[in-house]
Ligand binder design. Structure first.
Ligand SMILES: *Cc1c(COP(=O)(O)O)cnc(C)c1O
Length: 369
């Protein structure tokens, strides 16, 4: 079986550096808010071409604390993509605001900037573009509409470590940029982790307090904060892995190019990347009207696939109260029904990619006859 993503192999390559990092933390006697976290925060901020990075417990917290730092709460509306992982919406709900979905571009997966303006009301405060599957959203028109309506932009970059928009790294185009270090992400910890990057020193200060009980000085609490720190072990492991991220992303790009070249004439919709963007291929997502049959045939041929995501946020029981029935967001629903993610990862060999390609061709042939 060709695995979807072999995390044991991904982290096994760094076993020595990881053991060294763990030993260092063990010996230090500091396990929360020690010296490993600021060291990683500095390295990650530099990598993202941002002034500040604030480590937090996970990607959902990065988003929730960011909205909290901007003062978003009950009565406010936040524009989110209709097609995304549910966490983008959950963060909005956790601060008491209302997620307002906007459909993706017709030929892709990211939020359509041209559809944002009609979703803006007097209650709208923030736009959250998501750089889904590793492809940056079209930030320039999004930042432009935000400026004209005095809205903040919080980027969900949980799938886009290392990506570029108009030559500049994702990391500080918007007001706050949110990251996840969940193990399966392009930069993954050995557990949960997250961060926020920004060029705004005042927002960075607020996030430092929010992640640590609303406190900047021990036992003095300025705001009603959270316990959401990136711990020393995860920070040390992430610091050991960060130097390899660009090479890993280059490897992912080669796999994507191999898929795209070999499947160009197959009866299958392949992913395309918008102009001015360098994608990091967190996922390689194809579309097919008989997606479930294609996935089943690939499994029988020894190829693992996944679906990102099988149920759009507005159709989840958690969001039943919004009253958005099937048919209300047709582009998100078409993607939910048609997307299939092929194997992708930094240790996937060219031979494995070739075997996936042969299996896809064989499955499609069988389905056509
Ligand atoms: C993974 C992910 C999150 C949440 O990150 P966690 O660290 O798992 O909480 C949010 N948004 C997107 C797009 C993600 O892929």
């Amino acid at each position: 079986m060709i695995p979807f993503l072999d995390l044991k192999q991904v982290n096994g390559r760094h076993a020595e550096a990881i053991h060294e990092a763990v030993e260092r933390v063990l010996a230090s006697g500091w396990y929360i808010l020690g010296s490993e976290l600021p060291r990683f925060e500095q390295a990650f901020a530099a990598f993202c071409e941002a002034r500040h990075a604030i480590g937090v417990a996970n990607g959902l917290d990065a988003l929730t604390l960011s909205l909290r730092a901007l003062g978003i709460g009950p009565g406010d509306e936040v524009i989110v993509p209709s097609h995304t992982f549910v966490a983008t919406w959950l963060a909005v709900s956790h601060v008491g605001a209302t997620p307002v979905p906007v459909e993706p571009v017709a030929d892709g997966f990211n939020i359509d900037p041209a559809r944002i303006e009609t979703a803006i009301t007097p209650r709208t405060k923030v736009i959250i573009p998501v750089h889904l599957y590793g492809e940056p959203a079209d930030l320039e028109p999004i930042l432009d509409v935000a400026r004209r309506h005095r809205l903040r932009v919080v980027e969900d970059a949980a799938q886009a470590h290392g990506a570029r928009y108009r030559g500049r790294r994702i990391g500080a185009h918007g007001d706050l940029v949110c990251w996840s270090f969940y193990p399966g992400k392009n930069l993954g910890a050995l557990g949960d982790g997250g961060a926020v990057t920004t060029d705004d020193a005042e927002l960075a200060e607020r996030l430092h307090a929010l992640r640590n009980y609303g406190s900047r000085m021990k036992y003095h609490h300025e705001v009603i904060g959270f316990n959401s720190r990136l711990d020393e072990l995860q920070a040390a492991v992430l610091g050991a892995k960060l130097p390899f991220l660009d090479d890993d992303n280059a490897h992912r790009s080669r796999i994507a190019a191999q898929y795209t070249a070999a499947l160009a004439n197959a009866p299958l919709e392949l992913p395309t990347i918008g102009s001015h963007r360098d994608a990091v291929w967190h996922l390689y997502v194809v579309r097919h009207p008989q997606r479930d049959e294609l996935a089943a045939r690939l499994r029988d041929l020894g190829v693992a696939t996944m679906i990102h995501y099988p149920v759009a946020p507005h159709l989840q029981p958690a969001y039943a109260a919004l009253g958005l029935q099937r048919g209300s967001l047709p582009l998100a629903e078409a993607r939910q029904d048609q997307v299939l993610s092929l194997p992708m990862g930094p240790t996937q060999s060219a031979d494995e990619t070739a075997r996936v390609i042969s299996a896809v061709r064989e499955a499609l042939r069988a389905m056509a006859s």
